[in-house]
Design a protein around this ligand. Structure first.
Ligand code: ZN
Length: 202
């Protein structure tokens, strides 16, 4: 596989790790795909559930602790998702019957900046295999953006399972759906953790 422009600008350890990930799980570099290469059909999403998100972010990457995941509604990643900052969620086949899910995630308050490009790979049953985000210099496999994409996939899977899924309804509904969730202005969102709330109530 030839190095894409994205790979070329990474430093050597990051480049090696990135090549490893895409060679083992995908078979192409997601950053070189065009919009039309992806499916936006809900039925193509891997069946990611809350358990899969926890086991990836807690057990696999140690990005969150188990108790942070229990208070998932206070997580930055969850707020990114609720605020509709995850968009263009799209999927494509990867190796070993896995699915790639690719998304653009806005920088939180800095909305004028180019959105981040975040991707995850999961088995069809929802087990998250690997992930990547370009928010840091190349090595990010777990960050709030990866978490936000996982929450968005979980929501899409729930929609698929609850909606009577005609072909038309199964088209990717997420961006407009997310906007319908009443999103408070950023200043009003309570970013304090559930832990501190518990302490307040005794
Ligand atoms: Zn990120």
């Amino acid at each position: 596989m030839e190095d894409t422009n994205y790979v070329k600008q990474l430093n050597e350890p990051a480049r090696r790790r990135y090549r490893e990930k895409i060679t083992a799980h995908i078979g192409y570099d997601p950053y070189q795909l065009k919009k039309n290469d992806f499916s936006r059909d809900l039925s193509d999403l891997p069946a990611v559930e809350a358990m899969d998100i926890t086991s990836y972010l807690v057990l696999h990457t140690a990005y969150y602790t188990a108790s942070q995941m229990k208070a998932y509604k206070s997580l930055e990643a969850f707020n990114y998702f609720v605020c509709g900052w995850v968009n263009d969620l799209a999927t494509k086949e990867a190796l070993n019957k896995c699915r790639l899910v690719f998304a653009r995630v806005n920088h939180s308050q800095r909305s004028g900046e180019t959105p981040l490009k975040t991707w995850i790979v999961a088995k069809e049953d929802g087990e998250v295999v690997t992930a990547h985000c370009n928010c840091m210099a190349g090595l990010s496999e777990s960050c709030s953006h990866v978490g936000a994409v996982l929450f968005a996939i979980e929501a899409g899977v729930k929609m698929r399972e609850t909606a009577s899924c005609t072909t038309e309804k199964c088209k990717w509904l997420m961006p407009s759906h997310v906007k319908k969730i009443p999103a408070a202005p950023v200043a009003m969102i309570d970013f304090s953790s559930a832990k501190s709330k518990k302490q307040k109530t005794g």
